[in-house]
Design a protein around this ligand. Sequence first.
Ligand code: ZN
Length: 416
Amino acid sequence: MNELRQSLAGQIDHDGDDLVGFLSDFVRARSPNPPGDTREAAAVLTRFLDAAGIDFEIIAPQAEMPNIVASFEGGAGPGPHLVLNGHIDVFPVEDASVWARDPWSGDIDDGRVWGRGVIDMKCGTAAITRTFAYLHDVADRLKGRLTLTCVSDEETVGPWGARWLVENRRDAVLGDCLLSAEATGPHAIYFAERGVFWLTITIKTPGGHGAYGHTTPSASRVGADLIRDLAEIETIEGKLSDNVAAILGRAQTSIDVSHGAGASEILNKVTVNVAQVNAGIKNNMIPARCEIVLDVRLPIGLTKADVMPAIEAIVARYPEASIDHGEVLDPNWCDPDHPLVQILQTNAQALTGIRPDPIVCLGMTDARLWRYGGIPAFTYGSTTEGTAGIDENVTIDDYLHVVKAHTLSAFDYLTL
Ligand SMILES: [Zn+2]
């Protein structure tokens, strides 16, 4: 078995230029979302699968947002069903003129591959597609089943990608365990994601002439007081099980390295982003209306229902204010002691010298959909630096590391 493992690693080294060319082609095939048309980029993946003689299915409940699903049964007996996941769509480009090179160039230069979406997450999706193919070649030696899911409609948290597959093709795509290659940086394996919910608080007052401030409360000033009070809910902490609390406690440094200094302080607390404040229509009038849009992030172990009483109590201090409720995505997590975590840690450390810690993702990814379905889901990928930024790029070393770490980890998991 060791020889086979070695030969897989050797094959990846041998294929370096081909792997890099594949990623470059994938980046060149534009797939910004919005609008979310991924057909050109999906074709890069399916051309590769075709050439490799791998059967796949295109599942496209929305024609311009295809999802690619491929699967094979291992020949070495029963075992777990591992699912690989990545998305094909990427963030759009706001202003191409400020980029040093064409955002869709896919240039291979300076030891890097350049272009929009290369970090989030064409590097990862290219890596898992190649991982699937490497393991397809040695299927007779694997136990269980391996499934590849390359999906659309992720960047806008839309319904036509992974969400559609998990809801409508559950048996095919849920599996027993998910491995995603979203960017995490070398110090992190995500086993959990914070939750989020959105609220709009509207303050209405009579309003009036700007010179007659004694005649009416100002909606904007009431709003400012209310915003100040909302800081009180940032003291609410998540409820962690003992093993998760211990693991996160040990991972403080990795959390700060992965998410930026200070992240370990807020990771287990409710945080409030005052995302929009809209008030007033004219500079000599007292605003009669102020709208405050809140983006509330939930630590793992809490739901919106745990936090709303505190928000309602604050809003109740201001009789002019009322609350409208927006979308809710609950936090989600799985067992950080899962065997796949240990496999990823061991392989990452052997390849880079850095042992990643299982930590909580600050944002959200499609992996949550598997966790909502009761399936353990883990993410390990390239650097997160420069995600969705100008001159987005990934180093070739980092990309090839992700290919190798995923291939060897999926191999180890399916040969346990
Ligand atoms: Zn992503």
